[in-house]
Design a binder for this molecule. Structure first.
Ligand SMILES: C[S@@+](CC[C@H](N)C(=O)[O-])C[C@H]1O[C@@H](n2cnc3c(N)ncnc32)[C@H](O)[C@@H]1O
Length: 455
């Protein structure tokens, strides 16, 4: 059927639900329209931005009648700042939409008529939950601004007074660096022209240790007195580690070589009683409280007795492997980033864990060699990025023959398609799936699933 809408057309639509990714779902003459800015129950006026064969996309211009779960967003930057999408949707409605998205993916893509879905684990804190934030500098009327990209724009930055997703400390450090930059009359880098100097500020906090790390990213050249920046930041006793990185490429990267300006090379975070070293660019789940819930669920699903050989694939800095090591005979981690693997090895030492080994490599290409060294696993934990078990990883993981696969996912659609292949080709049944809300007010949804071999 030809699409009954045209690009640029204005429509009045009733939003039925929230799709994975965060757009409202509406129907116009039976044709699906994904509406950015539309929340369940709203009647909106929306302009069509894209028309595809089976659906269209639109952006809401006006809410004509608000849905029952619309609330006042508490942050004054909401709507202009690109950081939060759903502060205006009651939290209960956010999590029930996320739970429904996981269910829909398992039914529609995974072809499981009645998925063994457990209730979503709500976030322990709806605000102030992030342990890391990365801010961008931009030119402003009173000197530089420091904040987040404007919603839908990569080339504009909204200066932030108080971000509700970080702590008072995180906000105070950002404002102190902004004021320092203004006082020093430093200019923001302009990605369009390549002119200017200040690019990003990264603030990381060990939320369970009270330690903070600050990384300033600039264009090339030493255009500031490093000692004065250190003095400004040392006014915060929590700041233990101050770094400076130079990005000489136009691309926005923070994983560039860093110079330690002052303090310890790394700070520490504590998760489930284990210490993890946080370097400027090392990966760590950005919500500490909920990482603890996520890993505890993974541990529960692994069902360890002390005798198992465990693989932790896509292991990052070794957090899940190390959380499981105490209950297993041995754990083996595989991770593509060499820097993360180095952190994982260091983290094992830091916690006195001797039965964990970590290897750098691509999961799809290293599993055969790993089996030669480690033997076959009893339990495999996977925690892949959004594309899921991509390339050869899916079938090689299925072919390992483990009794249990624990699948930690940040994308229910790839989870569902991977679960389907593991069932159809390798005889695994999905026996549990528990969504977890790690990131309130964003469209993200994580989950922990258990698959066992039924043949
Ligand atoms: C979602 S993170 C999980 C990290 C870890 N489990 C944690 O909770 O901190 C996914 C990790 O997979 C790694 N990765 C991405 N593609 C990979 C591949 N093909 N092979 C191995 N690791 C990969 C990334 O570098 C990243 O550290």
């Amino acid at each position: 059927m030809a699409a009954p809408v045209q690009k640029g057309e204005e429509l009045e639509l009733r939003i039925d639900s929230l799709a994975y990714g965060g757009s409202g779902v509406a129907r116009h003459d039976g044709f699906v329209v994904f509406v950015r800015g539309g929340l369940p129950g709203d009647r909106v006026r929306a302009r069509v931005t894209k028309v595809k064969r089976g659906f269209a996309e639109a952006a809401a211009d006006a809410v004509l009648e608000p849905g029952p779960n619309r609330v006042e967003a508490p942050c004054p930057h909401f709507g202009t700042c690109g950081g939060c999408r759903f502060q205006d949707l009651a939290y209960e409605a956010q999590i029930s939409a996320k739970e429904q998205q996981v269910r829909d993916a398992l039914v529609r893509i995974g072809r499981i008529a009645e998925p063994p879905l457990e209730p979503i684990v709500p976030a322990a804190s709806q605000y102030g939950y992030r342990n890391k934030l990365e801010y961008s500098f931009a030119a402003g009327d009173e000197g530089v601004e420091l904040g987040f990209h404007r919603a839908g724009r990569w080339d504009e930055v909204v200066g932030i007074d108080a971000c509700l997703l970080t702590t008072d400390l995180g906000n105070a450090i950002r404002l102190a660096v902004r004021d320092w930059a203004r006082e020093e009359r430093l200019e923001a880098y302009d990605q369009g022209t390549g002119d200017g100097y200040l690019r990003h500020l990264v603030v990381r906090e060990g939320r369970n240790t009270g330690q903070a790390l600050v990384l300033l990213v600039t264009a090339p050249g030493e255009r500031f007195e490093t000692g004065y920046l250190v003095d400004v930041l040392r006014r915060f006793p929590e700041v233990r580690s101050i770094h400076w990185a130079v990005n000489d490429t136009p691309a926005e990267r923070t994983n560039v070589t860093t110079t330690l300006l002052w303090g310890d090379e790394a700070i520490e975070e504590e998760i489930l009683g284990l210490r993890f070293r946080l370097r400027p660019a090392a990966f760590l789940q950005t919500n500490t409280e909920m990482a603890e819930r996520l890993y505890a669920l993974a541990r529960e699903c692994a069902g360890l007795t002390g005798a198992e050989n465990v693989f932790d694939l896509y292991c990052g800095t070794g957090t899940i492997a190390l959380a499981l090591a105490g209950g297993a005979a041995s754990v083996w981690g595989v991770e593509i980033s060499e820097e993360s693997v180095a952190c994982a090895v260091e983290n094992a030492e830091l916690n006195g864990i001797a039965n964990a080994r970590f290897y750098a490599g691509n999961v799809g290409q290293t599993l055969e060699r790993l089996v030669e060294e480690a033997g076959r696993p009893d339990v495999v934990v996977v925690d892949p990025p959004r594309p899921g078990l991509a390339g050869k990883a899916l079938r090689r993981t299925g072919g390992l023959g483990a009794a249990r696969i624990v699948y930690v996912s940040c994308n229910p659609t790839t989870l569902a398609s991977d679960v389907k292949v593991l069932r159809d080709e390798f005889g695994y049944a999905l026996v549990r799936c528990r969504p977890v809300d790690m990131f309130p007010h964003t469209p993200h949804v994580e989950s922990v699933s258990l698959l066992t071999r039924s043949s």
